[in-house]
Ligand binder design. Sequence first.
Ligand code: ZN
Length: 96
Amino acid sequence: MYLAVLFLILNILHIIVKFINDLEGRADYYKMAMAKCTFCGCEQEDYKGTYLFKNDGSTNYYCGSKCHKSHLKLHRDRKRVAWTEAYKNVHKKINK
Ligand SMILES: [Zn+2]
């Protein structure tokens, strides 16, 4: 009787450890699937945004429609738009 209870507790512990390992594995997977926006420079999970594959082999990634339209439709220069990383690098507004 006591042995059966002990095995049951060990089984439950094993299941919990396996579940935690699976969660950590998934966290690593999500860390690897990050993409950097071509226009604003923010990092985001790559399934959220839009990829543009060009015929010359290069790829552009846009985090949202704001960056997509600003780059392709409105032809904005990312160094002159205040909310982008390129603007902050040019005007040295990043505190290091
Ligand atoms: Zn963006």
